[in-house]
Design a protein around this ligand. Structure first.
Ligand code: ADP
Ligand code: F6P
Length: 453
């Protein structure tokens, strides 16, 4: 198996659902993982072997211009806001699209050099939508699957792109398109239905010009048992001597899609009305990400202002309401923190799945579990119906839910947790990858590619 994604683990503690899930998958299955090297290059067409892991890691180098125009530009200033319903943040520049195409073509050539004819190729995320098309142009007839970790955009939103018709065409070069949720599948099918080049076949496959593809949902998950084990370890208290007592936890990359300002506002609203003597703390771990993009600089500044304001308003000499930490935390430590937290907060305005929701549930002590507050706009909400679902746009709703969660009787906490844990167990990362790869191996091969076996 050859896996291709932009992000690849490079040593330090990793954040981001894709890297965490693929690291767990390849750790069990083995294979080759190709991704971007953290250091820039000069546009070379060679792959560097990174250090030893249970799987091989091969890295291509992006030039500084490509990092700017392909990664920060087209991927994160066009496709990311588009998929997260933030058309207002899309920034379109001709050099972005050109670099995106050029990087996809170059990576295709590098994959082409190492792929054997029977390798399965599994491409991940919006950085590489046209990769299969580029590989097909080189003559690769392998089974190629694609998994989109972020929400599938609504048909209307695709019009934001300069050439919206390329989105469906690029995707149709994959044998299998995997999406997080049933709602994502519905949006993807809506796109194909609206496209005169697509034809629905009786078995559910889609014939697109001379190609056949399939679309299915594969809800991504975590290493549930491993995470629960880490969480239950009686290690040192992660807070040392600064134990906050009762606390709520949020763990997110510092991204505008995560609804962090409203989370802080809702916590402040809760503090205004809290019962006398109650002094819970919100521990927010948010490592900065994509900081060269303006929208990320803005959200970083906005959050600092809100946290400063909330702490200035409510703090006492021996109590800081919001503890706001900007760095990555080792996974074992993270698991321990989740387990100690009375409430886990997920307030995304849009989110492919949200693995943090699943990690929080897996880390709980089933005898005395905390409560998950889960945005109804996170993919995880589709199946985790017994989480306390909230509307992150409605600050009052979130504040009320915080109060409900902190006061929730043990029996109700246990019932909700058992139901959520059942979902987390049924959508484990191994089940996710096995289901995807099995579907890729059994789906209709690319028989309609002229000249290919
Ligand atoms: P996204 O893919 O948008 O970042 P997810 O919630 O699906 O969102 O995945 C985030 C992953 O990154 C989770 O596994 C989470 O534990 C991890 N993560 C996020 N922030 C940190 C952090 N500060 N330290 C360590 N891991 C983090
Ligand atoms: O899981 C969604 C995702 O966009 C991944 O594609 C990506 O690796 C991760 O979030 C973190 O983003 P980045 O790689 O830009 O730091």
């Amino acid at each position: 198996m050859i896996v291709v994604s932009n992000r690849i683990p490079t040593g330090e503690s990793v954040s981001g659902g894709l890297v965490v899930a693929l690291h767990d998958t390849l750790g069990c299955a083995g294979g080759i993982w190709i991704g971007a090297h953290p250091e820039p290059g000069i546009g070379e067409e060679t792959l560097d072997e990174l250090g030893l892991t249970p799987y091989r890691r091969l890295a291509f180098r992006l030039t500084e211009e490509e990092q700017k125009n392909y990664y920060l530009g087209y991927a994160n200033s066009v496709l990311w806001p588009l998929c997260h319903r933030r058309g207002d943040l899309v920034e379109m520049r001709p050099e972005y699209g050109a670099a995106y195409q050029a990087v996809n073509a170059r990576v295709a050539r590098m994959v082409g050099k190492i792929a054997r004819h029977d390798d399965l190729i599994w491409v991940h995320d919006y950085h590489f939508l046209p990769l299969a098309k580029e590989m097909r142009a080189l003559g690769l007839a392998n089974r190629i699957g694609f998994f989109l970790h972020v929400p599938f955009p609504a048909l209307g939103d695709l019009s934001v792109l300069s050439q919206p018709e390329r989105f469906a065409d690029d995707l149709a070069h994959y044998n299998l398109i995997g999406l997080q949720t049933r709602s994502d599948v519905a949006r993807c099918l809506e796109m194909f239905r609206a496209d005169p080049r697509a034809e629905f076949m009786p078995d559910g496959g889609i014939k697109f010009l001379d190609r056949i593809t399939a679309v299915r949902s594969f809800p991504i998950g975590i290493d549930t048992a491993g995470f629960a084990e880490d969480a239950a370890q009686e290690a040192v208290n992660p807070f040392g001597r600064g134990d906050p007592g009762r606390f709520l936890i949020g763990v997110d990359r510092l991204d505008y899609s995560k609804g962090l300002p409203n989370r802080f506002r809702a916590f402040a609203r809760y503090l205004e009305n809290r019962p006398a003597g109650s002094r819970p703390c919100l521990v927010q771990i948010a490592p900065p990400t994509r900081q060269q993009v303006r929208a990320y600089q803005d959200i970083t500044r906005e959050l600092e202002e809100i946290a400063g304001h909330v702490n200035g308003t409510f703090a006492e000499l021996d109590w800081t309401p919001i503890r706001y930490i900007h760095r990555s935390v080792p996974r074992v430590e993270l698991a321990r923190l989740y387990r100690k937290a009375s409430v886990g907060l997920v307030t995304s305005f849009a989110d492919g799945m949200n693995l943090v929701a699943k990690e929080y549930v897996a880390a709980q002590d089933p005898k005395n579990p905390g409560v998950l507050l889960l945005s109804r706009f996170a993919g995880a909400a589709e199946d985790m119906t017994d989480a306390l679902q909230i509307n992150p746009y409605d600050v009052e709703d979130v504040a009320t839910a915080i109060s409900t969660a902190l006061d929730m009787p043990l029996e109700e906490r246990q019932r909700r947790h058992a139901s959520c844990l059942d979902v987390v167990g049924r959508t484990d990362v191994t089940i996710w990858s096995t289901a995807f790869l099995r579907a890729l191996m059994t789906c209709i091969p690319s028989m309609t590619f002229p000249g290919f076996e």
